[in-house]
Structures are given as C-alpha cells and as structure tokens.
Design a protein around this ligand. Structure first.
Ligand SMILES: [Zn+2]
Length: 352
C-alpha cells in the first residue's frame, strides 16, 4: 500500500452506534471545518465527547485514520436532505463512507491532500465505485449549511473537478481500475508503511516527525535534533515524555504515545502563549508541583515575579498572585490561583 491505513476505532456511543451498512454505494467528501485539528485530535474528540455526529475516516499529513469501521454507519449528513436520495437512492448515513480532510495550522496540506485523494481512490477500488459518479461533496448535499470540502480545497487552488480528476488519476495508476471491489483485495500499489511501535534503531521520516513532536512538546534533543534516527537521545526523551504523562515508560512509540504527543502539542498550539501554559484547577498556599511552576513562570513573565520557580506555592508566590490580582478590580485579592485568575493571566499573556 502506498499509505498505511490506521484503524483506531472510537468506543460505541452516540457517534458510533454500531449499526451496519449493508451496501456502500458512494463516498461523501468533507473537511473538518476546524483548521489545525489533526486526525487524532478529531478521533479523540469523537471518542470522548460522543457527539451525535461522526465520519468514518479522518486524514491529515500523517494519518489515514479510520475511527469507525467501514461496515458501520457514521452520522455525517443530515437525514432530511433530499439530494443524496435523488442521486444515489439512499441517505448518506445508510450507504456512504464519510471522509474528512484535516487541514490548516501545522498540517502539511500537500501531504494531507495526497492521502485524501489516494484514500478516495482506495475506497472506489474497494467498493467498486466510479470516481466520476460516486463521490459527492458534503456541500452539494447540504448547500444551505455546508461548504466542505471546497472550503479547504479552493484556497489551495483545487477545484472540485480538479479533485475528482486527481482521484481518477490515482485510481488509474495505483489501482488499475480492475480489482473488482472485493473487500479482501489489496490495492495494487507498493510503498512505504510504518510499523508501530517505533523503537530505538528505527529511522526515517516518521521518526523525524515524532522527534519534532517531542521537541515542540518540550522534550528537546540537544545533541542530534530531529535527525530521523531513533537513537539513545530520542529514546531518553520518549521515556521522559511517557513518565511525565503517565504512560508506560518503555521508550516505544506506539499509538498511545503518539496520541498523547498530538494532544499535548495541540493544547500548546491552541494556547496563544505557547511558552506559558497555565494549569486548570485551584492552587493555593501549600500546593506543590509542576503546575505551580507553570504559574510561577507566567507570573515572572508578566512582571509579578514570585522570586523562585521552584514549584512550591509559598508566601512569595502567594504575594505575586495577590499583586497580579490587585491590578484587576474583577479579581478577589486572595492570593489563590483559580479559574478567574487563570482567565486574566491568560488574557495578559495573550497581550504580551
Ligand atoms: Zn461535512
């Protein structure tokens, strides 16, 4: 396979009912509408929040991630829309695979787009569909409410027809258009595949990407950097990361570690002031730990220096919090760090 397809299904709930699709008749192309959110970020959201919506597959520059089995229904187009019935004789949720393109933020568009195109061709092959007739944009089915995936494609100079043409070309090249659509057919392509977990001794582009993730999560690789070689320095950083986030400390980069890396980096990315993340919760005199350090760093950065970045919420830290609070009439001057103080610190950090 040219690309690895990762199956990491969400748990059963509102998003994944487990109802079977009897016959896949078409594909609905989407984008997430949420720039910068990665495939795994979406998966984790649907797994945890279980909204009454979903799609089968999320694609970014690293993953083709199936979060719902392709023989189960996903909830990606409203049932009351008539166009899918008119075009395909069925509601999308009952007869279509929903594919989401992740884009924006730090996602490499070209890499994500290549995977998105390839996966559409793969689905056409697997389910014996015609790229010209059996792929439809969500925006066509629900034009009043939706603009996807053109919303993501057009700003990059790709028209809907151009997209379909790309799918057709990949289908012709990689799948020969002749495999008959049996679910067991392996598409007629050869290429790289990444085997998880990664470990010391591995090398290549995927290792490099993990190294970049480690660095941006605050686990630097001072000697070798993101060199694509999984050596002892990377191994050490992986284990420190795993320890910090309560994962099994084995130096192996599997789904859990990759997941957590994405999550940590996404949170940092979502915060305007990446350098000074602020903990949730309430901290007061007597508290200790990394969260207190985070508060202390932010206070120092905002010129309310607690004197020490020692992770101990003592008098000096309490005073610094009080001084900060006293500059906002909306804040109680109590020296306790809680949601309101956090909110104002966040605002100040964003302004600085
Ligand atoms: Zn959509």
């Amino acid at each position: 396979m040219r690309y690895t397809i990762t199956q990491d299904y969400i748990r059963t709930g509102n998003s994944r009912s487990g109802q079977q699709i009897s016959n896949v008749r078409f594909i609905v192309s989407h984008d997430t509408g949420n720039p910068g959110s990665s495939a795994y970020a979406n998966r984790n959201y649907f797994d945890r929040q279980q909204p009454s919506a979903s799609a089968h597959t999320f694609i970014d520059d690293q993953y083709i991630l199936e979060i719902i089995p392709l023989d189960e229904k996903a909830w990606h187009v409203q049932y009351n829309k008539p166009t899918d019935n008119r075009l395909f004789g069925a509601d999308s949720n009952d007869a279509a695979i929903g594919v989401e393109l992740c884009y924006g933020g730090r996602i490499n568009f070209n890499e994500a787009y290549r995977r998105y195109v390839w996966y559409h061709a793969y689905l056409c092959d697997r389910f014996n569909l015609d790229p010209q007739r059996h792929i439809v944009a969500h925006s066509r089915l629900d034009p009043e409410r939706r603009t996807d995936p053109q919303n993501a494609l057009q700003p990059r100079g790709i028209s809907w027809n151009g997209f379909i043409e790309d799918v057709q070309n990949v289908y012709n090249q990689d799948f020969n258009g002749n495999s008959g659509g049996s679910p067991n057919d392996e598409p007629a392509v050869r290429g790289i595949s990444t085997r998880l977990p990664l470990r010391e001794g591995d090398s290549g582009q995927f290792v490099r990407e993990i190294q970049q993730e480690l660095i941006s999560a605050g686990f630097p690789l001072p000697r070798f950097g993101a060199d694509g070689q999984f050596g002892s320095e990377t191994d050490g950083a992986v284990m420190r990361f795993q320890k910090r986030y309560g994962l099994t400390v084995d130096g192996l980069v599997g789904t859990n570690t990759i997941n957590k890396l994405r999550e940590v980096n996404m949170q940092q990315h979502a915060t305007t002031s990446v350098a000074f993340p602020l903990p949730e919760g309430i901290y007061r005199s007597g508290a200790e730990g990394e969260e207190v350090r985070m508060i202390q760093r932010a206070l120092r950065h905002l010129n309310f220096d607690p004197t020490y970045i020692d992770g101990i919420y003592g008098n000096l830290t309490e005073n610094a919090v009080r001084r900060f609070q006293s500059t906002f009439s909306a804040l109680a001057n109590d020296g306790v760090y809680g949601p309101n103080t956090r909110k104002y610190m966040q605002m100040e950090l964003n302004d600085n």
